[in-house]
Design a protein around this ligand. Structure first.
Ligand code: GLN
Ligand code: ZN
Length: 749
């Protein structure tokens, strides 16, 4: 008999409460730590985390959500699906990291965003010669480790449907989903092995089931879960979906024993789907940081209790997407702090709600505190600013429109006088040790603002010199003063708050500290004008003003949940617009407004997408239509399946758009051509997510391919993305190759 679950979470962060894992992995990469020491550090972090959850009162604890890089990559390893080019030589750990981030000889696998989050997963490649085989060592080891310290360990696996839906077909392979039939026996084997070691529940994650699936796909889902459920020796199966509603897919997974459902981003399935099942009700938001409305959650839970067999309280998704704990966040004002819940606090909310289902009197104090916080938040004047609301009420279509692109092009060409195939970079240059040191010194009060500015100007000097030497055409200041392209602006805008230790994994060892958008947004003073003006004073070549767009600022922040995102986006857009106007007054001829997250915020269901794209495009246009037509507006988009948003990219009406393309080749240009796009475009020709230096030949080949699709007058040459995570030497070398390759293919004018 399986034990019912009453309180759990769907998954866990792994970078460590103080980013210990990040630091250990980076030491390993740098050759300063052995594989054995990395392994013991990872074990120490995992067991400490499991102990914390046992103490918090969870009665089922997810394991195998740990990863050295990414859970999709781990699943590829588990299923024997790492492409053979990575497994031909070296230690398994190094093969793994080669697939994740490349090495001297190999480019890494592609990376893309995990559903509508800012977490990036590694995209497995599946081809005709991929022969799946089961490698359960990691999951079995993590189960054993957790059981050793007394945890009711619930291993978490990515399900076969989601794995194949998110994988990339290569080598002429097309219908990947058909290959679930090859995976089912492997999962059955694994389930048996888990049952043999005494595992009670296994969680199989199938977030793909909250996206639109056609009838054939639903057939595959049904066949898969019927087969898994039929296997005789297995743990109980908890099928987990999140980031939306299970909707029509619920009946296709009727054979499983339990369902974990996201009741924050989605709705509960119909009552028939709940009947006789263990329901793990995700009422505590795993994606955002607002304190739970316990009364509302208890009401939701009560409605499910009537229909289901047993009900557990849980987070809506893995806690991977929120920081560890509010503990130590002393920089937040008391009011704001009282409105929030991070990972540890969410775990406590889960156990409070589970207790309330038994005996609500036992937790009445917690409920009262939740009510008080919600009330305080609602009444705070920072959430309703008359000045901001009035300005927004005045916005009409003319505020979102520029003159036709062709007319703008002439004005800009005259002013800029650039060669065909202008070379440029996306904005940031390597964030050197000196930059980080200066930021640390400023924070700790060891240097004053003036000294900090002096050091940043020295960095700008160096970056401008480098670009001059390389012979790039359009320069940037290098963004040394920005810790992060969103956080930087959030710190300068009213309505946002920053955390001290609110780190969240973005990909691999890269972590971000998303700001908290809690109130109405306003710009107290110019944010970038001095830096850009300084950079421009050092060169005769044009320097781009560099800003982050409203959609991206929202996508990489924890956003308000008390007003439509569209309203928040327009508020941010007005602040960015004011900045572009000041940049123009300061002499900028080019302003770049980055929107790398345009695709990421897109709703998962088709029916919800047009409304999103409309407000997203409108917000960008509001941000960029305040400058005169002689100012060239650039934008930058990255890590996306562009196909789905291609019309919207055109609708942004930016004069030049630079795009990630080195990893997903030049497909995007064909997509743009197909819709008659005729503005400037810079498909990335240097993959900056890898330390590898691309050769002149390689870049020239990419450029020739691009020139076959786009006329020289419209083609720009640039890397895939910003260079801040790279090292100085490799960047200089790569850009030298980029400029040289451009010279080789540039038509003489
Ligand atoms: N301008 C930013 C940079 O270069 C853009 C980064 C991004 O697209 N994520 O860092
Ligand atoms: Zn980018």
């Amino acid at each position: 008999m399986t034990t019912p679950i009453t309180a759990t979470v769907l998954g866990l962060p792994r970078i460590g409460p103080r980013r210990e894992l990040k630091k250990a992995i980076e030491s390993y990469w740098a050759g300063r730590m052995s594989a054995a020491d990395l392994d013991s550090e990872a074990r120490r972090l995992r067991t400490a985390q499991v102990r914390t959850l046992i103490d918090a009162g969870l009665d089922s604890i997810p394991v195998n959500t740990f990863s050295y890089y990414d859970q999709m990559l781990d699943t590829a390893v588990m299923l024997g699906a790492l492409p053979s080019r990575y497994t031909e030589s070296g230690q398994p750990l190094d093969q793994y990291f080669a697939a994740a981030r490349g090495n001297d000889a190999l480019a890494p696998l592609e990376m893309t965003k995990w559903f509508d989050t800012n977490y990036h997963y590694i995209v497995p490649e599946i081809g005709p010669d991929t022969a799946f085989s089961l490698h359960p060592e990691k999951v079995l080891a993590e189960v054993a480790e957790a059981r050793e310290i007394g945890a009711a360990a619930r291993p978490v696996l990515i399900g076969p449907v989601t794995f194949l839906k998110l994988a990339k077909p290569v080598g002429g392979e097309s219908a990947l989903l058909a290959r679930t039939s090859e995976l089912v026996p492997l999962y059955i084997d694994l389930l048996q092995q888990l049952a043999d070691v005494g595992v009670d529940w296994v969680q199989i994650d199938e977030p793909s089931l909250v996206t639109d699936l056609d009838d054939d796909e639903l057939q595959v889902v049904r066949a898969t879960y019927d087969a898994l459920a039929r296997s005789t020796s297995r743990p109980a199966i908890l099928l987990a979906t999140y980031f939306g509603s299970l909707g029509g897919a619920a009946s296709a997974v009727a054979a499983v024993d339990g369902l974990a459902v996201d009741l924050v981003a989605g709705e509960a399935p119909a009552r028939e789907a709940l009947r006789g099942k263990q329901i793990v009700a995700g009422v505590v938001d795993g994606r955002n940081i607002w304190r739970n409305d316990l009364d509302a959650s208890l009401a939701t839970l009560s409605s499910i209790v009537e229909a289901a067999d047993t009900v557990a309280v849980s987070t809506s998704c893995s806690l991977l997407h929120v920081p560890y704990s509010l503990e130590g966040e002393d920089g937040l004002d008391d009011a704001l702090r009282s409105w929030l819940a991070f990972g540890a606090e969410k775990t406590a909310e889960v156990t409070t709600l589970a207790a309330a289902l038994q005996d609500s009197a036992s937790v009445s104090a917690q409920f009262q505190a939740s009510r008080d916080a919600i009330q305080g938040r609602r009444e705070d004047p920072r959430l309703q600013r008359e000045d901001v609301r009035a300005q927004l009420a005045d916005v009409d279509t003319s505020a979102r429109t520029r003159r036709p692109a062709q007319e703008r092009r002439e004005l800009q060409a005259e002013r800029l006088n650039l060669p065909p195939l202008p070379t440029t970079t996306i904005g940031s240059y390597p964030q050197t040790a000196e930059i980080r040191l200066a930021r640390g010194d400023l924070r700790k009060g060891r240097i004053d603002e003036a000294e900090y500015a002096r050091r940043m100007r020295a960095e700008i000097d160096a970056v401008i010199d480098l670009q001059e030497q390389l012979g790039l055409d359009v320069l940037v200041h290098g963004e040394p003063e920005r810790n992060d392209m969103v956080q930087y602006f959030a710190e300068l805008l009213d309505g946002f708050a920053a955390t001290t230790n609110g780190w969240v994994q973005s990909y691999g060892t890269r972590c971000v500290r998303p700001p908290i958008l809690f109130g109405d947004v306003a710009r107290p003073k110019p944010m970038t004008v001095d830096w850009i003006g300084y950079a421009q004073s050092r060169t005769a070549k044009p320097v781009k003003g560099m800003l982050t767009g409203p959609v991206t600022i929202l996508a990489w922040s924890f956003v308000r949940d008390d007003q439509p995102l569209a309203t928040s986006a327009d508020q941010v857009a007005l602040a960015i617009r004011a900045e572009t106007i000041d940049l123009e007054s300061g002499g900028a001829a080019i302003v770049q407004v980055d929107e790398p997250a345009l695709r990421e915020l897109m709703p998962l269901r088709k029916a919800d997408q047009p409304a999103y794209l409309e407000w997203a495009v409108n917000a960008f246009r509001l941000a960029t239509s305040g400058v005169s037509d002689a100012v060239q507006v650039h934008t930058h988009l990255c890590y996306s399946e562009f196909g789905e948003v291609i019309e919207s990219i055109a609708a942004l009406d930016a004069d030049v758009t630079s795009l990630e393309a080195a990893r997903s080749r030049m497909e995007v240009l064909d997509d743009l051509n197909a819709i008659g796009y005729d503005l400037g475009v810079g498909p990335g020709v240097y993959d900056i997510h890898s330390p590898r230096v691309p050769s002149v030949e390689e870049i020239a080949t990419s450029l020739r391919a691009a020139l076959a699709a786009v006329p020289a007058e419209r083609l720009w040459v640039n890397p895939d993305c910003g260079l801040k995570t790279r090292g100085n030497a490799e960047v200089a070398e790569s850009l030298r190759h980029l400029v040289e390759a451009t010279r080789q293919v540039r038509p003489s004018s």
